[in-house]
Design a protein around this ligand. Structure first.
Ligand SMILES: NC(=O)c1ccc[n+]([C@@H]2O[C@H](COP(=O)([O-])OP(=O)(O)OC[C@H]3O[C@@H](n4cnc5c(N)ncnc54)[C@H](O)[C@@H]3O)[C@@H](O)[C@H]2O)c1
Ligand SMILES: [Zn+2]
Length: 405
């Protein structure tokens, strides 16, 4: 039984329309004279990279751009990005994009500071010390990587997504400008938006911090990859769930709706702060092998799995799910707690279908005989089983996948 929890986020968070204009001065003030931007060709074409470069150069900062980022980045892409960055000689690394580019930037900052290969740092707390200063500038409203301690790569050899989790991976500076998300195509808006909802729901309903055990093999003071649910993180998660309920469908259907884009940007960053302190759990644990093999986006995989995992977890978190139903504007008056909790699952399922998330593993091209392999790989991610509010056996995982098939 633990009595304490701790809270961390980005060193400074600047939020709002037009925030990119403040980026250059914020960077110059820190004496980061050379900044290497991790981006990709789609973002260059969408015109999202230019205002970031302009803000930096106007403040006297020299900017270089890596255009080789990709969705769900491979380990070898991180190595290529780090090589290019090393040639530029940066004082700071700026991840510009969705979670994919921001996560690449984190691994680049690790490799430049400590050398070696990405796989050396996989898992919790294997980064030995501070990395090159990191700046996160999201262009999707989704992952919360701009405030999180996580970086996810695709390990093609082992057909799984792998996380590097370290207190050193929280960006020193996060600049969240909702205007950068205006060019997001509807599918990216939908996938990344339901990922944010997944972060908030998993954080809100995770194993309590009091019941989480600190890893025995790490020195005191270093904490744990996830603290478990605690009141401050849950307050942020509640806010994020409410914002997604209000804004996600509209952001998908009306990409130029300012209020919807702003609401989703706030939801994603808030959910990122919540999950990177409290937890993600079984939805993410099941998505890591599934997404790596079926090549779906992280958000699409999570969105598909979320209602099924909620159904499995519901008996362990009835009151919390009932609250989620209210946050998603379900009318739960007169219902039992159980019936209200079931409304939360129905609301998430409806939202996910309305924004075009694939509804079955079959829709993603999966085959039934792949399910036991997915369950086995998910069951090996003990970190995400420990945070799940209901204990799950490998057979339980297979059962969830079969219902999602
Ligand atoms: N580090 C974390 O804490 C964390 C948390 C959750 C997920 N992730 C990871 O993040 C990745 C997913 O990130 P994502 O959902 O943000 O999507 P993404 O970064 O993979 O981007 C998807 C596509 O959308 C394009 N795009 C992004 N913003 C755009 C814009 N404004 N205009 C036009 N095109 C745009 C990108 O170029 C890319 O081709 C996965 O690898 C996932 O595992 C990381
Ligand atoms: Zn996620």
């Amino acid at each position: 039984m633990r009595n304490t929890w701790s809270f961390s986020t980005a060193g400074q968070l600047v939020f709002g329309n037009g925030a990119v204009a403040e980026l250059g001065p914020l960077v110059a003030r820190r004496k980061w004279n050379r900044v290497y931007i991790i981006a990709d060709a789609r973002l260059v074409a969408a015109g999202v990279v230019q205002p970031v470069v302009e803000s930096l150069t106007a403040a006297g900062v020299t900017a270089g751009v890596f255009e080789g980022g990709e969705p769900e980045p491979a380990v070898r892409t991180a190595v290529a990005a780090a090589d290019a960055a090393a040639r530029f000689g940066p004082d700071a690394i700026l991840g510009l994009g969705g979670g994919s580019n921001m996560d690449l930037a984190k691994i680049v900052a690790v490799l430049i500071a400590h050398g070696g290969s990405p796989s050396q740092y996989f898992g919790w707390d294997n980064v030995p010390g501070p990395v090159l200063p990191l700046i996160g500038v999201p262009t999707t409203a989704g992952t919360g990587s701009e405030v999180s301690h996580a970086a996810v790569l695709t390990d093609a050899d082992n057909q799984i997504k792998v996380s590097t989790l370290s207190p050193y991976l929280r960006p020193a500076l996060a600049v969240v400008d909702p205007q950068l998300t205006y060019t997001c195509p509807p599918q990216v808006t939908a996938d990344s938006g339901i990922d944010a909802l997944t972060h908030a729901i998993e954080a809100y309903t995770a194993t309590s911090f009091a019941d989480m055990e600190a890893p025995a093999d790490k020195p005191a003071g270093y904490g744990m990859p996830y603290e478990g649910a605690y009141p401050l993180g849950q307050a942020l998660a509640e806010k994020a769930i409410e914002l997604v309920g209000k804004h996600l469908l509209r952001a998908v259907q009306h990409p130029d709706d300012r209020a919807a884009r702003e609401g989703m940007a706030l939801a994603a960053t808030t959910a990122g702060i919540a999950f990177s302190n409290c937890a993600v759990a079984l939805v993410h644990g099941l998505e890591y092998p599934l997404g790596a093999v079926l090549h779906c986006s992280h958000g699409a995989g999570n969105g598909l799995l979320l209602p099924h995992v909620m159904e499995f977890n519901l008996p362990a978190r009835e009151a919390e799910f009932a609250k989620i139903a209210s946050l998603l504007s379900e009318d739960v008056s007169g219902l039992t707690t159980r019936a209200a909790a079931e409304r939360a699952v129905a609301a998430v399922r409806r939202l996910s279908a309305a924004i075009g998330i694939p509804q079955t593993i079959r829709d993603l091209g999966g085959r039934r005989e792949q399910l036991p392999g997915f369950a086995e790989k998910s069951f090996a991610i003990k970190r995400l089983l420990a945070t799940n509010p209901r204990p799950a056996t490998q057979a339980d995982l297979l059962g969830i996948l079969e219902r999602a098939f």
